[in-house]
Design a protein around this ligand. Structure first.
Ligand code: ADP
Ligand code: MG
Length: 698
């Protein structure tokens, strides 16, 4: 019987094969290739990290001012003191008087002259040769020493199998074409170089990862990613989805519908506005996708208030005109409700049957909704996660719209599609987001996603003036709020986000509500928060919309989707606690009517540097793209897109901002490889992704 041994610390880090170890590249290097005499070292002065060596002439534990170990070494030129504030008996032994040691660290002026505090120490034979290459420092985890990793990597680099794994097989003609001035080393050389850079290397370019050896590795990595994403794209095209061609609707539905006309035309008649140029353009892009016989996978991107909802409604109308169901899923109950109300306003009069499904429905209501969905009686289905969480089966779903897509994980987004899909049939998918995705991201994370952008706001929008105000001036703000309400306008008061405690968050909202109710006796103040039942929330929102409530105190539940044009002032308390995207979203609730709009960001001191910069940026710009770029540089793409986006786990060595130009090269190379060297594609993917290809199927 074989007993299964527990994984070693290295294996736990995924370093379980020569290839994995070879690709475990250093995060930085230490220079142990140069040795100074003690006199030279002292001459270099402070802030120089130096390496020197000598024989120990003193080794003494002192107890004042605190327990510490003082060691003095000496060579032919001078002597130098080493000071250790923490030390082990083994170190004391290593530095026993008479031993030769090599030390590395920064010289500084101590009380008793020049010294090094906590140098790196290594026992040496006096004539020991210096290493010829820089010493790599690897990403490690607890319980693994650098020595362990270095040994393992060194052994791996000598493993015979690596020659094959790292063999050069990108056709040189192809490389020469896409990279005319190719100063990149072959892959195996690049990897060896990065593990053991020669002493005279340009360390700057190694650290910045712009050295040709790094470029080579980054290119290979991007190439693997581009190939897999392109392949996902090809696979999608082989799938089948119902084709919705404008004007060719199923006759069956026109008969059951109240009107003989198409739902799409009915909707266009009911709308009180014309589509903007940008809306018309994205609608034609989406309309084209819907006419295809393979599933649409499109992201509709448009700043807060740019009018994405009506595009979703048009797409739904087209699917319904062909006798299929359409579903709209939103991340929060409040947002889903807004959609439900809007769709009833638009589709109700033309007799479209709409089902509403959310987690907060009573069991009986839920069952009724599910029955409507299963029987096909419901043509349009609106809801929250409940659409995928509960056991809903759609009679004939042709289109799924996912609003604020970044709030859902990849799995959730796919689930709705998988729910109705078989090998032969997929529904079309439209994702919507107000969070702009920079081009470099769209090209990598989303290579299999088509993107449409609404880059124009509906006419008549006023710019929002944003002010940043200290919390100490709260009374002044309330005074201004009073004058505002006197003019017959409405306002929002957003209470701080308290991530640690929902109870605390609620409590502060109630306090602000009470204070404002007292301070503004002539106006009706309302309160809405996440703990309210959905009917209660809806009632408050309806009262606000009807101007029965003039000031709405709210927690972040109003972050998305709320639409009251007469409310053009927003006060955000403790704005310093919100992120870029949240404030941008919140602020997008105002500036929708004819009045000049104002957003007041109140902050409490002290402000961190990051918060200060954030508030300043938000005051200066309301351009969603600028804000998203800032956000990206701050948080990194993973967080911006939701942690588990496909493509994410694939990039280890590439920085999408620094290496943007490489992406285009890799894209071209991927296309050429797939078209001309299909046999090499598999090998390349295997070498780079190994077991990690799994998530691409998701
Ligand atoms: P978002 O893109 O943030 O979801 P909405 O779809 O909620 O934006 O639209 C914001 C507001 O603009 C809504 O009141 C909507 O009815 C209105 N709207 C949308 N398109 C137009 C248009 N072409 N002309 C005028 N108003 C429009
Ligand atoms: Mg919206």
């Amino acid at each position: 019987m074989t007993t299964k041994r527990p994984p070693t610390a290295l294996e736990k880090m995924g370093l379980n094969s020569p290839m994995a170890l070879a690709l475990h590249l250093p995060s930085r290097y230490e220079d142990e290739t140069e040795l100074f005499t003690i006199e030279e070292a002292l001459g270099l002065g402070r802030f120089h990290s130096i390496q020197t060596q000598g024989v120990v002439i003193r080794n003494q534990v002192m107890f004042r001012p605190r327990r510490q170990l003082l060691v003095t070494i000496e060579d032919d030129t001078a002597s130098l003191q080493l000071r250790f504030l923490n030390f082990y008996p083994s170190q004391q032994k290593q530095m026993a008087v008479g031993n030769h040691i090599r030390v590395r660290g920064e010289i500084r002026e101590g009380y008793q002259g020049a010294e090094i505090v906590h140098p790196t120490v290594r026992a040496v034979i006096p004539e020991a040769p210096l290493p010829a290459s820089l010493t790599p420092v690897y990403p490690a985890s607890a319980g693994i020493s650098q020595t362990m990793i270095r040994k393992a990597v060194l052994k791996a680099l000598q493993d015979a199998s690596l020659k094959n794994s790292l063999a050069e097989f990108l056709p040189s003609t192809l490389m020469a074409e896409i990279l005319p001035k190719n100063d990149w080393p072959p892959l195996q050389d690049a990897i060896t170089y990065l593990h053991q850079p020669p002493a005279d290397t340009n360390t700057q370019s190694l650290l910045e990862r712009t050295h040709p050896a790094w470029r080579r590795v980054q290119f290979e990595e991007l190439l693997a990613q581009q190939i897999s994403l392109k392949r996902a794209h090809a696979i999608r095209r082989e799938r089948r989805a119902p084709s919705f061609v404008k004007g060719q609707q199923a006759s069956k539905l026109s008969k059951t519908s109240k009107t003989k006309n198409s739902i799409e035309e009915g909707l266009l008649k009911i709308l009180l506005f014309e589509l903007t140029g940008a809306q018309a353009r994205v609608w034609s892009e989406i309309g084209y996708d819907l006419s295809n016989t393979f599933p649409m996978n499109r992201l509709l991107q448009g700043d807060v208030g740019s009018g994405k909802t009506v595009i979703a409604a048009l797409a739904a109308a087209r699917a319904m005109d062909h006798g299929y169901q359409a579903a709209i899923m939103a991340p929060t109950e409040i947002l889903a409700e807004q959609h439900y109300l809007k769709m009833q306003e638009w589709f109700g009069p033309i007799g479209v049957k709409i089902a509403w499904l959310s987690g907060s429905l009573k069991a009986k209501e839920k069952r009724l909704a599910q029955e409507m969905i299963e029987s096909g009686e419901a043509q349009l289905i609106i809801g929250t996660h409940a659409l995928i969480q509960d056991k809903v089966s759609f009679a004939k779903l042709g289109l799924a719209v996912i609003d604020e897509q970044h709030r859902f994980g990849v799995r959730q987004r796919l689930e709705i599609q998988q729910r109705v899909s078989s090998e032969l049939f997929y529904c079309h998918q439209l994702m919507m987001s107000a969070t702009p995705i920079p081009r470099t991201l769209a090209m990598t994370y989303y290579a299999d996603l088509d993107v449409s952008v609404i880059d124009e706001l509906p006419p008549g929008r006023k710019p929002i003036a944003t002010k940043v105000v200290k919390a100490a001036r709260r009374d002044e703000v309330i005074g201004g709020l009073h004058d505002w309400l006197v003019k017959g306008l409405q306002a929002y008061w957003v209470c701080p986000l308290i991530e640690e405690s929902e109870v605390l968050q609620l409590q502060t909202a109630v306090e602000s509500f009470e204070q404002l109710t007292q301070a503004l006796p002539n106006f009706k103040v309302g309160l809405v928060h996440g703990r309210l039942k959905s009917e209660e929330k809806a009632a408050v929102m309806a009262a606000f919309k009807a101007n029965e409530i003039q000031l709405l105190v709210a927690t972040t539940v109003i972050e998305v989707g709320v639409d009251v044009p007469n409310a053009a002032l927003m006060v955000i308390e403790h704005a310093e606690r919100f992120g870029y995207a949240q404030i941008h979203q919140l602020r997008g609730r105002v500036g929708r009517g004819s009045a000049d709009s104002v957003c007041i960001l109140m902050y409490a001191e002290p402000l961190s540097m990051a918060a200060k910069e954030r508030l300043q940026t938000l005051r200066e710009t309301s351009d969603g793209f600028v804000i998203a770029e800032r956000d990206l540089s701050l948080r990194g793409p993973g967080e911006l897109l939701g942690a588990k986006q496909s493509g994410d786990a694939m990039l280890r060595f590439v920085d999408l901002q620094r290496d943007a130009w490489l992406i285009e090269l890799a894209q071209t190379a991927a296309e050429r490889l797939l078209a001309e060297h299909a046999d090499l594609v598999e090998r390349h993917l295997e070498r780079w992704l190994g077991s990690r290809t799994e998530f691409l199927k998701a």
